[in-house]
Design a protein around this ligand. Sequence first.
Ligand SMILES: Cc1cc2nc3c(=O)[nH]c(=O)nc-3n(C[C@H](O)[C@H](O)[C@H](O)COP(=O)(O)O)c2cc1C
Length: 192
Amino acid sequence: MQRYATEQFDGRMVEEEKLFLLLDIIRYSPSAFNLQPWKIKIVSASRIKASLRPHANDQPQITSCSHLLVICANTELEALLDKVLEGMLQSGVQKQVVEQYATMIREYISSMSAEQRMSFAREQIYIALGNAVNGAKSLGFDSCPMGGFDPAAFADVLFLPEEYVPVVLCAIGYAADSPPPKMRLPREDVFF
Ligand SMILES: Cc1cc2nc3c(=O)[nH]c(=O)nc-3n(C[C@H](O)[C@H](O)[C@H](O)COP(=O)(O)O)c2cc1C
């Protein structure tokens, strides 16, 4: 209820300690098969934020925020799976269990087209985004989820490798504006 899509930040930087807590909240988001198909570029340099703003409908959040999280899909699912399997073995999961899991997931992901990989990654990314915006408020600062930007132009400005595709942004910082009145559909329209 306290969180809102902040349009204008006051330019103060989020303290490093709080930023790292938020990054952990994001990192610990759930994802299907625990594949964590995201890669997040953290932009804090004013010069880069200024170059990005024209590619995000000139929205003031881009330059006034403390950090801009550019949440990208990581569609290299096989490489992610290898890392997850390695992590499972290291954390003491039985080799046989890991192998069974690996066979099942490998089969599933090997049949996925490039498009299916992108939509799989997108679905998981929006869970991380939800955690980011509520996580920020829980740590005492503000955020704005942002879909109004040109992913290809962002990839160019940030020199992103081809396998990381920008999906959504999350600007974080301290608000300089006030929350507008909250409008939400009533319970009876939402639940049945
Ligand atoms: C995926 C997504 C994309 C959004 N894109 C933008 C955006 O580009 N610019 C913006 O000002 N707000 C953006 N919003 C914020 C919504 O407009 C806002 O969450 C909604 O109006 C509800 O208001 P509240 O978050 O303040 O409660 C976006 C929200 C989501 C979830």
